[in-house]
Design a protein around this ligand. Structure first.
Ligand code: ZN
Length: 91
């Protein structure tokens, strides 16, 4: 992947979550528990899936609709207005 991105926005975060989950699903349905896998091979595949889910979780966070700031929350992707922007709007 060598795409040059000038500014990371909410769609890029969505893209990371979606692609990481998609690759997990592909590994899970096409390779995981294949009869030719040794115990160690299956263990490594399980680790790979876990690591990819970890990548997906880390792309989850609070995205500010106003300034575009992004704060990781490891839960889901949520769009709102950040505290800084809320304080500016109150003035
Ligand atoms: Zn903001």
């Amino acid at each position: 992947m060598n795409k040059k991105i000038n500014k990371i926005d909410k769609f890029h975060h969505h893209e990371v979550i979606d692609r990481a989950n998609m690759i997990c699903d592909i590994i899970d349905t096409t390779l995981s528990n294949h009869p030719a896998l040794s115990y160690i091979m299956q263990e490594n595949i399980d680790k790979a899936i876990e690591l990819l889910y970890n990548v997906s979780n880390r792309a989850c966070g609070e995205y500010c609709n106003n300034c575009g700031s992004f704060e990781i929350n490891n839960i889901n992707i949520h769009f709102s207005v950040c505290e800084v922007c809320k304080n500016i709007q109150r003035r």
